[in-house]
Design a protein. Structure first.
Length: 261
């Protein structure tokens, strides 16, 4: 029985990849969310068609959260559908709906900050840095693309399935865990790590490229000082790491073109 439940959860997690496949302007991710665990609803309500239709109706309503952190909502909903008694349908529907609405927003905010402002720019930064260092070689381009995809997807898969299993088997502890995690510190660490990668890329370019663009030590020092001031001010202004990197790359190309001419 436990093996069967484990397979059901894994299958629900796989189907959750299609969360935004039927995205719509009225109820956003509702169809994809219902699709991800409808097989579990069929198992729970296989002997009661009316309760199954009620479950379909309540989960076809509005749903919107971060696509990777939606696994936490999914696990909690599956657990509540199993545990709350069907003797009072109105009470069950209210409890499930209130819980869903209460956790969608916080998870969306956490997921957006962690992935869209942290892990995704970092993965792109590392990939772009590899291409920049190795002179835009086709083979390096393919390797850099693979590395970026890997860096982005490993945390995505681990976080998604961890939240799915944690929210299903220990959903009361999940909210305490989320409260204890210091996401702001994690975001700062990711940003500083990105700045370190950016520094490595720039140092590697100036030290290992055979170029005569900067022939003067004075000019070299001025340029590096300018980059340092720009990066510090950008971090304080909460500019994305990817934006800082692209700006420096474009500025370097323009500067090199002016000096060469």
């Amino acid at each position: 029985m436990k093996l069967l439940r484990l397979f059901e959860l894994i299958w629900a997690g796989i189907k959750l990849n299609f969360l935004q496949l039927s995205w719509n302007f009225e109820r956003l991710q509702n169809i994809g969310f219902l699709f991800s665990f409808i097989h579990i609803l069929k198992r729970i309500y296989k002997k009661n068609g009316q309760d199954f239709l009620r479950a379909i109706k309540r989960h076809i309503n509005f749903f919107n959260t971060h696509i990777f952190f939606s696994a936490a909502v999914l696990g909690v909903m599956m657990k509540l559908e199993e545990e709350i008694s069907n003797e009072n349908p109105e009470t069950k529907e209210k409890n499930i709906e209130d819980t869903k609405i209460g956790i969608m927003g916080p998870l969306a905010a956490i997921g957006d900050s962690l992935f869209w402002s942290g892990i995704k720019p970092l993965a792109l930064l590392i990939g772009a840095g590899l291409i920049y260092l190795y002179n835009y070689d086709t083979k390096i381009f393919l390797i850099a693309s693979f590395v970026s995809i890997l860096i982005y997807n490993i945390p995505r898969v681990l976080i998604k399935y961890y939240l799915l299993f944690k929210s299903y088997f220990q959903f009361t502890e999940l909210f305490l865990l989320i409260q204890k995690i210091r996401f702001q510190d994690i975001m700062k660490s990711i940003k500083f790590f990105g700045m370190g990668i950016l520094g490595i890329v720039m140092a590697g370019y100036f030290n290992f490229k055979e170029t005569s663009v900067i022939s003067s030590r004075l000019l070299d020092s001025i340029l590096l000082l300018f980059f340092f001031i720009f990066i510090v001010r950008a971090i304080r202004s909460k500019v994305a790491v990817s934006t800082i990197f692209i700006t420096i790359v474009v500025g370097s190309v323009i500067f090199s073109y002016i000096i060469i001419r």
